[in-house]
Structures are given as C-alpha cells and as structure tokens.
Design a protein around this ligand. Structure first.
Ligand code: THU
Length: 167
C-alpha cells in the first residue's frame, strides 16, 4: 500500500521544509527535481518502457545525472542510480549530499535493493534520497531508512587480516 502521509507536494512550503531538514538549498532541491525529471528522457528502456532518471548532488555542489540502460539479455540492464553513481565516481567525486530518482508513476518509485547497496558504498547513512513521482510530488528518506542494518566498506577488516587470523 502507498503511504500518502509520506508524500509531499512540490509547493513552496514543502520544498523549503524538505530542503532545510535535509541540508540542501531550495535551488539545489529544484535542480534535483528538474534534472532527474529531464534525465528520464535519456533512458534506454525499450523492454520495460519504464523510464528512470537519477541525479546526484556532490559535496562540492556539482550535479551528475543518469538514467536506466536496459539490455536484450534482461538482467544485464542497469538502473539509473548505478549509472549516475558510476559516472560520478569515475568523474572523481567521492562525497555526496543528496540523491534524486524520478519516474513516470505515482506514488514515486524507490531505488531497488541493489541500488540501495550501491549507494551505501559512497554515501553517508544520513544522505537523503528524494523520490519524485510523475508530477514532482516526492517522498524523501535517508539512506539508513531505506537500508537499515546495512553492510558498508567500514565493516570489512583490512585486506589480509582475516587470512592471517585463520593461520
Ligand atoms: N529501475 C531503475 O532504473 N531504478 C530503480 O530504482 C528501479 C528500476 C529500472 C530498471 C529497469 O530498466 C526498469 O526500471 C524496470 O525495472
């Protein structure tokens, strides 16, 4: 069931409240909305016809966009979020302030499990993930809410230490 109480509209009051709560400016919020919405047009999704746009706000204020890229061998296709993070990381970015995902449905779609884990590699648990529906209404949750008790890079002991301990 959808959770209508979680769904905010893109009116001025909700936008400024969300921006304040999640530590970004209203201009950055508006850019996340418009860029992730526009990024849907770049999706390659001939099999599902389900367009997804993603935009990441980097710590230094840059935006990186992505969209889903499908494949005739269906499982090989890649989600918008992982395309965007791949671009951002290979572009030299390592710290991020917010993630946005836009689709053509309502209520909004949320990142799949694999993408949540992919995001976990690079984002603080407090990072907000804005999920926009077809009209710009949104749900926002922090990464730790979308992926509780998550496994991240800091859980891994230094390479070699486990084999050393095993003898
Ligand atoms: N998709 C995304 O790009 N992101 C998500 O978080 C959910 C699903 C894509 C994958 C596939 O191309 C299409 O949406 C249908 O599942």
């Amino acid at each position: 069931m959808s959770s209508p109480n979680l769904l905010f509209s893109d009116n001025e009051a909700d936008v400024s409240q969300a921006a304040k709560t999640y530590g970004i400016t209203t201009a950055q919020f508006e850019a996340l909305l418009s860029r992730s919405t526009d990024a849907k047009a770049t999706a390659y999704c001939p099999y599902s016809q389900f367009r997804v746009g993603a935009t990441i706000l980097t710590e230094d204020g840059a935006f990186v966009d992505g969209a889903n890229v499908e494949n005739a061998a269906y499982p090989v296709g890649t989600c918008a979020e992982r395309v965007a993070f791949g671009k951002a990381v290979t572009g030299g970015h390592r710290k991020f302030k917010a993630v946005a995902v836009a689709t053509d449905i309502s209520p909004p779609a949320s990142p799949c499990g694999m993408c949540r884990q992919f995001i976990r590699e690079f984002c603080d648990l407090k990072t907000p993930i804005f999920m926009f529906d077809k009209d710009g209404a949104f749900i926002v949750m922090r990464l730790e809410q979308l992926l509780p008790l998550s496994f991240g890079p800091e859980a891994l002991p230094p390479p070699g230490s486990l084999t050393a301990a095993r003898g």
